[in-house]
Design a protein around this ligand. Structure first.
Ligand code: NDP
Length: 307
């Protein structure tokens, strides 16, 4: 029985050591090494290799990232479990980034940066955190972890999910019918949705129009969820005040793209959260143990929902 690691060599070395220590009965192979395809039961990858069909005994396909939108599930046999990465390193980094982004947008850092460029020392009107409503699109693992870190700042917090949820200290909305009410009460919108057929293009002109004037966007989901042209129009019209984007479509954004130089936009190159090999290896090992014991792995993807 074999585990095939199809990602960068540096992380592969750390995985190999952890597997040798904790699952010595399982052969570990890095892609490029000679492996009998019949032996491969587990594959960890970002993109599904074109020749995945040769792994006829594959049982679990692990994503090296927190999302699985890059997999094309219809090309993967139903018997194969799809598992997204759930690990402490990703969670901690996302908590840092969301706190950084919300505070950056809340404390007008873009406007101060612009003033700095002009050598202008001038205080802008400030808003208390208790008067700045932060709303999350998505109330999954990462949104809930980020919300925990935001709580001490005392922003009024809300979230919107697909199904009904109850989380202490959060005003919860769900489903298409409640999206408008949620947006109406959101001053800083944080997108932490998985990319699915339903969420593709969700950050569009209509959605922006439902936010209050002066609202801000922190986008950490996936690039194709955002209509970039609609964002620029909304910023230029003054309806939205600022945006911080960690994900774009395409990635990287072309050099000439107007978002790069937009004065109301901060862009980071999809670094909000990155899989950390030591904690990720532990998580995958634990999931293999669960799978072998007949339990579902943590992060098992529901193919019908797409996340
Ligand atoms: P989860 O699967 O734990 O949570 C997803 C949340 O989105 C759930 O609350 C779910 O609702 C909600 N949701 C999904 N579809 C819809 C819909 N159609 N309408 C309303 N709500 C919906 O995901 P995670 O929190 O682990 O991760 C979220 C995403 O963050 C990842 O898929 C990835 O795209 C992105 N990400 C970005 C990173 C970066 O560096 N920029 C790094 C890591 C992740 P419900 O609760 O009802 O199921």
């Amino acid at each position: 029985m074999a585990f095939l690691f199809n990602s960068d060599a540096a992380r592969g070395t750390i995985f190999r050591q952890a597997f040798a220590r904790e699952l010595p009965d399982l052969e570990f192979h890095h892609s490029g090494e000679c492996v009998d395809p019949e032996k491969v039961r587990y594959l960890l990858t970002w993109n599904v290799p074109n020749d995945v069909a040769r792994f006829r005994n594959l049982e679990v396909l692990f994503s090296i990232g927190a999302g699985v939108d890059q997999f094309k599930p219809e090309t993967i046999p139903e018997r194969v479990k799809l598992v997204r990465m759930v690990e402490d390193g990703i969670i901690r980094m996302m908590q840092e980034y969301v706190v950084l982004g919300v505070l950056t947008l809340h404390r007008e850092m873009l406007a101060y940066r612009e003033q700095q460029g002009r050598g202008l020392w001038q205080a802008l009107a400030s808003v208390q955190s208790t008067d700045r409503r932060v709303g999350f699109l998505g109330l999954g693992m990462l949104a809930q972890a980020a919300i925990d870190r935001l709580k001490p700042f005392r922003f009024p917090l809300a979230a919107w999910s697909r199904s009904k949820r109850t989380v202490e200290g959060i005003t919860c909305f769900h489903g298409d019918d409640q999206l408008g009410s949620f947006l109406k009460g959101t001053d800083i919108l944080v997108c932490l949705l998985p990319l699915t057929k339903e969420t593709s293009g969700i950050l569009n002109a209509r959605l922006f129009s439902l936010l209050p004037t002066g609202a801000r966007l922190l986008h950490v989901g996936r690039g194709p969820q955002l209509d970039q042209g609609a964002l620029i129009e909304s910023l230029d019209s003054g309806h939205l005040a600022a945006a911080m984007l960690d994900v774009t479509d395409p990635e990287p954004l072309p050099e000439s793209h107007p978002l790069w130089s937009h004065p109301k936009v901060i862009i980071t190159p999809h670094i909000a959260s990155v899989t950390q090999p030591h904690t990720a290896a532990q998580s995958v090992i634990e999931n293999i143990r669960r799978h072998r014991a007949g339990q579902n792995p943590i992060g098992l993807v529901d193919r019908t929902r797409g996340y």
